[in-house]
Design a protein around this ligand. Structure first.
Ligand code: TMP
Ligand code: ASP
Length: 237
């Protein structure tokens, strides 16, 4: 598979998307740029683009094998990947296994409390509104997704959780929570899109509890570049 890369279609906070000669395929380019607080804090994390590209691709391939359709097509180089072009469903789909972050703030539950069952929650993907927390009924009423799509998304999200928890634990990492995005192919099929990386997951070392994710950057704790490398090393060798 060799696609010709054409014009840039979109630039987000962490990635750029380019058209190719195939209307069904785009190329994603992963940058080192990092933001927090809906773009309020800006910086870079050294070689983050490489880690996120390689890790996300490896994880998506494992998920495909477990029956979850993803946008992954082919890695081009350290920072670029061909993926299926989708229309993104404007939902941030979050799964939580352990209390942290906004859950802890909102609910007054200390970080680290293990939930009896995993939590699925939705945010409306809209930076100007700071990705507000919404429920299923908001999504239906505002036609962000259909009932059938939400059922598929929930089924895939819980399955991703089961597969990912095991992959991470094999690398002595606890999967605290994560955010997924889904997209629609032209025929309406829902597939997993965006990325799965230390930007979009909370990873805690299973022995020490050390943060191995973007919280190091969000919370100005330092050491984020090394933590991203550590995650890549543990998972990809
Ligand atoms: P939260 O506790 O801040 O809501 O984050 C839940 C998960 O979602 C966490 O793994 C980090 C991820 N996340 C993103 O991928 N993008 C975001 O903009 C935010 C706020 C969180
Ligand atoms: N989405 C947040 C931002 O745009 C980043 C994050 O907290 O992961 O700043």
């Amino acid at each position: 598979m060799n696609y010709e890369v054409k014009e840039q279609l979109y630039e987000g906070k962490a990635k750029q998307v380019f058209a190719t000669n195939d209307p069904e395929i785009v190329m994603v380019h992963y940058k080192d740029d990092a933001t927090a607080g809906d773009g309020e804090k800006k910086g870079t994390i050294r070689d983050k683009g490489i880690v996120n590209n390689k890790l996300s691709n490896a994880l998506m391939q494992k998920l495909e094998k477990e029956g979850i359709p993803t946008h992954y097509v082919q890695e081009v180089n350290d920072r670029d990947t061909f993926v299926k072009k989708v229309e993104i469903v404007p939902l941030e789909v979050i799964i939580r296994n352990v209390a942290a972050g906004h859950f802890s703030l909102r609910m007054g539950v200390p970080e680290g409390k293990v939930f009896k069952t995993p939590i699925l929650e939705y945010s409306y993907k809209n930076d100007d509104l700071h990705d507000p927390f919404i429920n299923h009924y908001y999504a239906l009423a505002l036609e962000l997704a259909t009932q059938e799509e939400l059922d598929t998304i929930a089924k895939y999200a819980f399955k991703v959780n089961e597969v990912l928890k095991k992959i991470m634990l094999d690398a002595n990492i606890r999967l605290v929570d994560f955010k997924l995005e889904f997209g629609r192919l032209p025929d309406g099929t829902i597939i997993l899109a965006d990325e799965i990386s230390p930007d979009t997951c909370r990873f805690w070392d299973a022995t020490t509890g050390a943060h191995l994710d973007k919280d190091l950057f969000r919370r100005n704790m330092g050491g984020e570049a090394d933590a991203y490398q550590e995650v890549m090393k543990r998972l990809l060798g």
